[in-house]
Design a protein around this ligand. Structure first.
Ligand SMILES: Nc1nc2c(c(=O)[nH]1)N[C@H]1C(S)=C(S)[C@@H](COP(=O)(O)OP(=O)(O)OC[C@H]3O[C@@H](n4cnc5c(=O)[nH]c(N)nc54)[C@H](O)[C@@H]3O)O[C@H]1N2
Ligand SMILES: Nc1nc2c(c(=O)[nH]1)N[C@H]1C(S)=C(S)[C@@H](COP(=O)(O)OP(=O)(O)OC[C@H]3O[C@@H](n4cnc5c(=O)[nH]c(N)nc54)[C@H](O)[C@@H]3O)O[C@H]1N2
Ligand SMILES: [Mo]
Length: 771
């Protein structure tokens, strides 16, 4: 496939000339943000200005593809709303557009003053840093916090119950002793031509929309590549997606009931002996207990809970049990469920029962290979254990896995509690870098806003003015886009170069900001002369996926694949002691999970109703008769980002919720109508999309919405509380592990917005976005 282009045009050199333009082959990550790191060609002119981008057809990672957001890169880089110089504002002017430009040195000095002031008055731990999701900015601010400010507390983005990947990751860690991902051949340079590789016969795509999301280092189009080679799909989702429309079997499930579904599928697989006996005998622990657990999980019982016909549950078991090589591609719906660990356990075990663990095309072990965490560990090497002392959430009150420090960060709920009550000590300064907390990440947005607006000091590191920065920021540090920073990309393998090709204003990359500010505060820790030197040290000292390469070599090679092997459990390559088996307490895949058992959690997979549901809160259900899932990903936006881009807004102008035609009719709601989505926690106003793809009885509302065209100042704050679905979610609804939230399992009612609502919006949009 990669050869279908003209090699005289698309060269393999890392940099070459095309007419007047310089072409640089590298990788785009963020900013603007997303989880993927697509191979890109940056075209710059003789003044060093970025003039266009293209996908790199010579890349085995993405084969020349780019999404619409990347294709709009030039628009993002030179956007007039972008902040490219540091700014400060008097604390008394919070919420007002009264920012004053300062120099970068003044910005760093002001930040240092704020840290000193907070430390003198309350101690350094009253400073919290916050980072967002897997952009190129997840580790820098927390290393800065630990190593320069002297605080153990990160995680001030307040993602309720750490409900993004952490529950699945820690779940896999407990059950399999490592992280596993679906194998689309992405781990070897030869991809589909690798002699050992074979495509999966069946993908179980569960609570995930990989084509839109490309989440956690997984590029959704790899599935299409596999489909072209014969892979079949089974999807589990309350809404029909493109992939479910192309599935052998599609199970439309009530949000939050996936565990019941999986237990019933497991029941049939056990009853009909549709599992890999050899694998279970040799490599699994606690299968008898599991059999007992699923014994009464008949398809009929689950059908009633999940709203999925029993015949389909039986069909799913037969499909999974007989397909051959199956793999699991799952999503954040697992995490945004209070019972996240029980749910992840239930579904991961279906995969284990097929025996497709660390085999070609199966669920493969990537040996914890997440380069960002490795880099963080390496930069922070000079820090002793005392940096953890008195970390918020370590007091054991925030769930069983959090109590044993599995999460590796301060606990969001403990931070919120401390900030609101001063218990066990107050939170007085925030350093928010790549997160907007109450615009998008945090549940119960208004509560978080009320709490954060009283901080003594708030530093924001971002690219654009955001509602959060406008509301509470005192200092704004402008951050660089991907094409403006030298860095590396790795989220699982391979390692890719990120090459700076241009500079805009004074914008700095997160790692550069960390190093510059870090040097001023703790030069012993931040001793490297520059970012490439620091990253070279880090990539060459990775504990998990060792790569020895200079930054110059990486830049020239563009992409480097570390060695990868299958069936590492057979060869002793994944256990800490070098013995065959898995890195769990029993050395096997744990159907009965010893780690869970030891901390007082249910050791077996289980289902419980979401805390708010037609079954668990029937009184509430009378008033709020629809199940509400939130945050379905869309092509145009990454969380609260990209709303500034006219091109994206033109494709997708307003916040939308999906509703089934029968439910819409009952609520008097029509296609395109502004409607109120309301529940006992609050409300958000979005536009109705009435569609047969949506399960009856369920509403799916978008997240992350604000409006750059609306009044920036208080109380509007770009309309941030108008269509913010996190006005309808809660904080602190985690499960026994400490993980999980109800972002995807609330109740709501829906009704048309008041007459005339939204009448001025189109005009306002047109005025703001005119050429
Ligand atoms: N374009 C874009 N890409 C993104 C992001 C973004 O904001 N925009 N965000 C990134 C981040 S941080 C993440 S975590 C990932 C998430 O990526 P995904 O895991 O794909 O997340 P969602 O789109 O929220 O949900 C996926 C599917 O789950 C379905 N669903 C909702 N509730 C349930 C449920 O209870 N059970 C089941 N089985 N399905 C359910 C939804 O209908 C949806 O089709 O995407 C990443 N990629
Ligand atoms: N209701 C509901 N809420 C959700 C979700 C849901 O499904 N439903 N999903 C949740 C999930 S899974 C997640 S992970 C969170 C994500 O939440 P966050 O990751 O906090 O995302 P944003 O709120 O968009 O904030 C990111 C900010 O970082 C800036 N930025 C982008 N790139 C860079 C960079 O390279 N450096 C720096 N310094 N800044 C950058 C952007 O401009 C933006 O303002 O949202 C959560 N919120
Ligand atoms: Mo996420």
């Amino acid at each position: 496939m990669r050869e279908c282009f003209n090699p005289d045009v698309y060269k393999k050199d890392w940099q070459y000339q095309e007419g007047d333009l310089t072409v640089t082959r590298t990788c785009q990550w963020s900013a603007p943000g997303c989880h993927q790191g697509c191979s890109i060609l940056f075209y710059t002119d003789k003044d060093g200005k970025l003039v266009k981008v293209e996908g790199d057809p010579n890349s085995p990672v993405t084969d020349g593809r780019l999404c619409m957001r990347c294709l709009a890169m030039v628009e993002a880089v030179y956007h007039p709303d972008r902040i490219v110089h540091p700014m400060k504002r008097d604390r008394s002017d919070r919420g007002k557009d009264k920012w004053v430009q300062i120099t970068m040195d003044e910005a760093y000095d002001l930040c240092i003053e704020m840290v000193k002031d907070t430390t003198e008055k309350y101690g350094a731990k009253s400073i919290c840093t916050g980072a967002g999701t897997g952009r190129n900015a997840t580790w820098q601010s927390n290393v800065l916090g630990h190593g320069a400010f002297g605080t153990p507390n990160d995680n001030a983005g307040l993602l309720a119950g750490n409900c993004c990947y952490t529950p699945r990751m820690q779940g896999m860690n407990a059950i399999f002793g490592n992280t596993f991902i679906a194998d689309c051949g992405q781990l070897n340079e030869a991809r589909f031509d690798h002699p050992e590789y074979r495509r999966p016969d069946l993908f179980m795509i569960w609570g995930n929309n990989p084509l839109r999301a490309n989440a956690d280092g997984f590029f959704g189009h790899w599935i299409i590549d596999c489909m072209k080679r014969g892979s079949k799909l089974m999807t589990v989702d309350p809404q029909v997606t493109w992939l479910s429309a192309h599935s052998e079997l599609y199970l439309q499930v009530r949000p939050g009931t996936d565990a019941a579904l999986a237990l019933a599928i497991g029941h049939v697989m056990v009853e009909e002996e549709l599992y890999n006996k050899e694998f279970v005998d040799l490599w699994c622990y606690g299968f008898d207990e599991y059999k007992e657990r699923v014994a009464d999980w008949t398809p009929e019982r689950a059908a009633e809970i999940c709203w999925v016909p029993a015949e389909k549950i039986v069909a799913a078991a037969r499909l999974i049990g007989t397909a051959g090589v199956t793999t699991l591609q799952w999503g954040v719906a697992f995490d945004q469920n209070k019972w996240a660990n029980g749910t992840a356990h239930a579904v991961a075990l279906l995969q284990a029962m097929t025996g497709n663990i660390d085999n070609p095309g199966g669920f493969v072990c990537i040996n914890f290979g997440y380069v960002q965490s490795d880099i963080r560990e390496n930069v922070a090497k000079g820090l002793g254990p005392e940096v953890r002392k008195d970390r918020l959430g370590d007091d054991g009150n925030w769930g069983a896995l959090n109590a044993i420090g599995k999460g590796g960060h301060a606990i969001p709920e403990a931070i919120l509690h401390a900030a609101e009550t001063g218990d066990p000590y107050p939170v007085k300064m925030l350093f928010l870098c790549s997160t907007t907390a109450f615009t998008n990440m945090a549940g119960q947005a208004k509560r978080v806003y009320d709490c954060y607006k009283d901080m003594d000091h708030v530093v924001i590191c971002d690219l654009f003015m955001t509602p959060t920065a406008m509301a509470i920021g005192d200092l704004f540090i402008p951050m660089a886009m991907s094409c403006e920073r030298n860095c590396v990309r790795g989220w699982y393998t391979p390692l890719r170069s990120i090459v700076k090709v241009t500079q805009t204003g004074e914008a700095v990359g997160d790692e550069q900001m960390m190093l510059e500010l870090g040097k001023k505060m703790n030069p012993d820790l931040f001793y490297w002369d520059d970012v490439p030197e620091m990253l070279e040290f880090c990539t060459n000292n990775m504990a998990t996926v060792p790569i020895h390469v200079t930054m110059d070599e990486l830049r020239e090679k563009v992409i480097i694949y570390p060695d990868f092997e299958y069936r590492k459990h057979e060869t002793g390559k994944i256990r800490f002691d070098g013995q065959p088996g898995f890195n769990t307490l029993s050395g096997r895949v744990e159907f009965f999970c010893n780690m869970y058992n030891n901390v007082g959690m249910d050791p077996l997979p289980y289902f419980l109703e979401p805390p708010e549901s037609p079954v668990s809160t029937p009184e509430l259900f009378k008033e709020y008769p629809l199940v509400l899932t939130t945050g379905r990903r869309c092509w145009q936006y990454f969380h609260s980002e990209h709303r500034q881009l006219k091109s994206m807004r033109e494709f997708h102008k307003w916040p939308m919720f999906a509703i089934n035609p029968e439910d819409a009719a009952a609520a008097g709601v029509k296609e395109g109508m502004w409607c109120v989505i309301e529940n006992s926690h609050g409300k958000a106003i979005e536009v109705a999309h009435v569609t047969d793809t949506m399960m009856k009885g369920v509403v799916s509302a978008e997240h992350g919405w604000w409006f750059p065209e609306r009044d920036p100042e208080e109380p509007s704050l770009y309309g941030v509380f108008e269509s913010n679905i996190n006005c309808c979610t809660v904080q602190g609804d985690f499960g026994p592990s400490g993980y999980g939230s109800s972002y995807k399992t609330q109740l709501c009612k829906v009704y048309p917005a008041p007459e005339g609502y939204g009448e001025t919006f189109e005009q306002q949009f047109a005025d703001h976005y005119k050429a």
